[in-house]
Ligand binder design. Structure first.
Ligand SMILES: Cc1cc2nc3c(=O)[nH]c(=O)nc-3n(C[C@H](O)[C@H](O)[C@H](O)COP(=O)(O)OP(=O)(O)OC[C@H]3O[C@@H](n4cnc5c(N)ncnc54)[C@H](O)[C@@H]3O)c2cc1C
Length: 467
């Protein structure tokens, strides 16, 4: 069997890795001139100083074990770094001014971010009736139900809406935070489940202490570099797939350079908006259904300042709800989070754009930096201009999993032949570990259906021979 995997982001690379572990010959086709897709790091240099920045993800949660386990398989756990807890010093913009998210009991009581009534409603969480079914609902409905409307508006909505670059009132909880529904089912309450889980924090199988989040010494791209250096199959960059034809249950994959790749099975590790087009000739119904998945713009800009030029701020991260109508969605002080990546005496900020005002992602660089600069001045009092910066952007590149998303994907998959699998951020989870899991599962799925077919064919032959 020869497999063609389309898309060389972390999903496609993980699929290739799994195929290799199972001795399946494969070709991996990537449209661009580099591997990793959104998993990208870049080194900026200036007057002998060095700044290592990430464009897309910058940390990976280990509660979902796939990235940690893959790093173990690749032998790169010695390159893993602990970026610390994501929750320290996080602020939310409220009526134009940054307010700390109150995480300690003392800060919670004294915080002015929420009214007393809102706080009491949050504290009543363990007494709310628990939902036990597996049906979907929006992230917003879930938070309102468990913690109250104010918690959603003031704290949880801005944080989760920022992470998923979406409106929590349409985002599916079963895709974005199924763990919250698991916790509700497990203990009847988020608070009680968190306490229980805290008590049984475990060590990883090899005895190494597993941080809550990980990154890599060479930037997040470390995992991509390790994968590419250990993949031995047919890997092709600059090979955008243009169209695919079917011939007797097999496929002919045409790339822009005029090459034709023959495949017995296909893994699409591309976003649903790209996959929908490519399915036209081979699974049109499934392709049409995929068109229902929206993809938003997203971009990040890393800006380097002289540390002495910035005001002294306690803020490590600022989340900006859409109701604030700002051009930027969030700011992270990367140099506080990962100081080892930057020459001393400099500060590095990472700004997110595209959620609240999608058109900002399309601005030319000069206009984009001007707009960001103005926001940073108004919100954080930063008057200095950046010494250098790096822009990353993905237009229509951030999938939106709306309520009912998983049912839609089930439906799509019903319309696919058994030798085609879909994997990646548009389907069953967007975080890097979700993508690794889906890439690997795609291979397992193809093998399972192939083995099932072989058994059925074998059984039929046996029945003919021994009626
Ligand atoms: C700004 C940002 C911050 C994020 N932060 C985090 C984080 O902190 N932690 C976390 O876990 N996740 C985070 N994520 C999510 C995570 O990074 C992505 O969901 C994940 O990297 C997507 O991987 P993928 O391989 O599925 O898709 P992609 O990375 O989009 O890769 C798809 C690949 O397919 C290629 N392709 C497209 N069309 C074709 C074609 N016709 N032929 C061949 N190739 C094609 C593309 O060039 C691309 O390389 C973040 C994402 C963004 C954008």
């Amino acid at each position: 069997m020869h497999l063609v995997i389309i898309g060389g982001g972390i999903t496609g690379l993980s699929a290739a890795w799994e195929a290799q572990q199972r001795d399946i010959p494969y070709t991996l086709l990537e449209a661009s001139d580099r591997w990793g897709g959104k998993v990208i790091s870049s080194e900026l240099r200036m007057n002998g100083a060095r700044f290592l920045v990430d464009g897309g993800p910058d940390t990976i949660v280990t509660r979902k074990p796939e990235a940690w386990d893959l790093s173990n398989e690749l032998g790169i756990l010695n390159q893993v770094e602990d970026p610390g807890s994501e929750t320290r010093g996080i602020y939310v913009l409220d009526a134009g001014s940054p307010q700390p998210i109150p995480l300690s009991p003392f800060r919670f009581v004294s915080s002015t971010l929420m009214t007393t009534r809102g706080k009491l409603r949050m504290l009543a969480e363990p007494f709310q009736p628990a939902r036990e079914d597996e049906g979907d609902e929006s992230l917003g409905d879930f938070v309102r139900r468990r913690l109250g409307g104010e918690a959603l508006d003031k704290v949880i909505g801005p944080v989760l809406g920022g992470i998923y670059n979406t409106d929590p009132n349409i985002q599916s909880i079963m895709v974005s935070s199924p763990v919250m529904r698991e916790m509700e089912r497990e203990a009847g309450s988020l608070v009680l489940a968190a306490l229980k889980r805290g008590l049984r924090r475990k060590k990883s199988s090899n005895g190494m202490k597993k941080p809550r989040f990980i990154t890599y010494k060479q930037g997040i791209q470390g995992i991509v570099e390790a994968l590419v250096s250990q993949l031995t199959g047919d890997l092709r960059l600059n090979s955008p797939v243009r169209y695919i034809l079917q011939e007797g249950g097999k496929y002919k994959v045409y790339t822009a350079d005029g090459e034709i790749h023959h495949a017995d099975a296909l893994v699409f590790a591309t976003l649903a908006n790209a996959t929908a087009d490519l399915l036209t000739n081979i699974a049109n119904e499934a392709g049409k259904l995929l068109e229902n998945i929206r993809h938003n713009h997203i971009g990040t800009v890393s800006l380097v300042y002289r540390e002495s030029d910035l005001p002294r701020l306690e803020i490590n991260g600022l989340m900006i709800p859409r109701r604030e109508q700002r051009a930027i969605d969030a700011v992270t002080f990367t140099s506080k989070k990962m100081p080892q990546r930057f020459s001393s005496g400099y500060a590095v900020l990472r700004v997110f754009v595209g959620g609240g005002r999608p058109e900002v992602v399309e601005y030319d660089e000069e206009k984009l930096i001007d707009v960001i600069q103005l926001e940073l001045l108004e919100l954080l009092g930063i008057t200095a201009l950046p010494l250098t910066y790096k822009v990353f952007r993905w237009q229509n590149g951030f999938p939106q999993a709306e309520v009912g998303h998983l049912q839609l994907i089930d439906e799509v998959e019903k319309h696919l032949p058994s030798n085609i699998a879909l994997a990646g951020s548009s389907y069953r989870g967007i975080a890097v570990p979700d993508c690794i899991r889906q890439g690997r599962e795609a291979i397992q799925k193809i093998l399972t259906t192939k083995d099932a077919k072989r058994t059925t064919v074998g059984q039929a032959a046996q029945q003919e021979a021994y009626p």
